[in-house]
Design a protein around this ligand. Structure first.
Ligand code: GLU
Length: 446
């Protein structure tokens, strides 16, 4: 039987040090023990070795001219990881921390996340070490145009369909789509998702990751006869996922007492004012400090702090970035009586934090399951584009809700089947893995 050490040694031999990627692979492989014991065919045919080797890795120079007339050079990435279930699908991240290890971990997780949605999407991810913060709109546009000038030859509605992630929102998708359209001279709406509503975008795509996360948490609590009504919720981050998670959680009767960014956290026992947060973050491109100063009242700004120690909360939704919540943070949350932690970001908990949560009996949902609503709704956008259709907000949100319920029940059923009842981490990994593995076995060695 293939063991974790062999897989990891193989990755390190081929790639050198890629800590985030190794972490993400280790997390999945560790979950598969029960399944591989029951179904040894999944350990044969170098299936796992093939899964951890991307089908294609693209790296390219992105040169662009800043407002001062200086030439800037960044690196672009697109990892086309696995196409067993559909065209490569996954976001683009523009952030200084982006490197090959980060893009590969994100692409690897995306394979199983996308499988869990039950839709026809393979796994991929891309991005650049470009930092949109502090850049003018014109600089962001020139960067996006330069990035797409190379990327366009690798993507397509039936080949590879990028979308947003950290640092890539509606503005960036607009510039990227415009450049793609100009180069290929065709209005191929299905080549990107997260588009504007008048040019092929889907209603509810903007809200989908945050809404889906809260729908998943709602299902987890419902399975225990509980609900979000009256719960105190800590959210980290203040981007797209955090904003719409806060909105949905408060719509379901919870009070969201924190949001944060890399400079600090806001604590407000009265609950986050989502409309003001949207205005400050999305329109003015400001910080949570600006939000707290503008709101005044009971909102407290905690310079340099993370949100986990700000209050005793029932629910924690990390929605910022990878490895943002470690074992010490988890100890703080457990001490405060946290009942549920669900990942809105990709891999926000360290493996030690996950183990600590599970050991303390805290309900824990991995991002692959809990934040899959974003990419699932991207697939709904692709379906609308393929049919030149436009569905109502209610229709898309209704489908999203059903997808999140289905991922929840599939995760619990898979966990039961491999002897890990109630373990969402094992269940999500097993359920996603089986879909990808069966398709790869059916499609032959490649
Ligand atoms: N970046 C999001 C994720 O991590 C969405 C990807 C997409 O819509 O393709 O799943």
């Amino acid at each position: 039987m293939i063991i974790r050490e062999e897989i990891i040694a193989g990755i390190e031999r081929r790639n050198g040090s890629q800590p985030e990627f190794v972490q993400a692979v280790g997390e999945v492989v560790d979950s598969l023990g029960g399944l591989l014991a029951k179904r040894p065919e999944y350990a044969d045919g170098a299936l796992l070795e093939r899964m951890v080797e991307p089908e294609r890795q693209i790296m390219f120079r992105v040169a662009w001219v800043d407002d001062a007339g200086q030439v800037q050079v960044n690196r672009g990435y697109r990892i086309e990881f696995n196409s067993a279930l559909g065209p490569y699908k996954g976001g683009l991240r523009f952030h200084p921390s982006v490197n090959l290890s980060v893009v590969k971990f994100l692409g690897f997780e995306q394979i199983f996340k996308n499988a869990l949605t039950g839709q026809m999407i393979g796994g991929g991810k891309g991005g650049s070490d470009f930092d949109p913060h502090g850049k003018s709109d014109a600089e962001v546009m020139r960067f996006c145009q330069a990035f797409m000038t190379e990327l366009h030859r690798h993507i397509g509605a039936l080949t590879d369909v990028p979308a947003g992630d950290i640092g890539v929102g509606g503005r960036e998708i607009g510039y990227l789509y415009g450049q793609y359209k100009r180069i290929v001279n065709r209005f191929e709406a299905g080549v990107l998702t997260g588009k504007g509503l008048d040019w092929g975008g889907s209603l509810a795509r903007t809200e989908a990751t945050g809404y889906g996360l809260v729908m998943f948490a709602r299902e987890m609590l419902a399975a225990k006869g509980d609900s979000l009504d009256g719960k105190k919720v800590a959210i980290s981050g203040s981007g797209n996922v955090a904003i719409y998670a806060a909105q949905k959680a408060q719509a379901l009767g919870a009070t969201v007492v924190t949001v944060s960014d890399s400079a600090g956290a806001v604590y407000d026992p009265a609950g986050i004012d989502v409309e003001l947060l949207k205005q400050v973050k999305e329109v003015e491109r400001g910080r949570v400090l600006d939000y707290a100063q503008r709101l005044g009242g009971s909102a407290q700004y905690l310079e340099g702090a993370r949100p986990w120690g700000a209050a005793d909360v029932d629910v924690a939704l990390p929605c910022a970035t990878q490895n943002e919540l470690d074992e010490a943070d988890m100890a703080t949350l457990i001490q405060g009586g946290v009942k549920l932690v669900a990942e809105g970001a990709n891999m926000p908990l360290t493996n030690e934090a996950i183990d600590a949560a599970k050991a303390a009996g805290v309900l824990y949902a991995p991002g692959k399951a809990a934040n899959a609503g974003g990419v699932a709704t991207s697939a709904l956008e692709m379906a609308q584009n393929a049919g030149f259709a436009k569905w109502s907000f209610e229709e898309v949100e209704g489908k999203l809700d059903q997808i999140m319920r289905d991922i929840h029940s599939a995760s619990l059923e898979a966990a039961d089947a491999v002897g890990a009842p109630g373990d969402y981490q094992v269940g999500a990994n097993v359920a996603g893995f089986i879909k990808v593995a069966d398709a790869m076995l059916a499609q032959g060695v490649m």
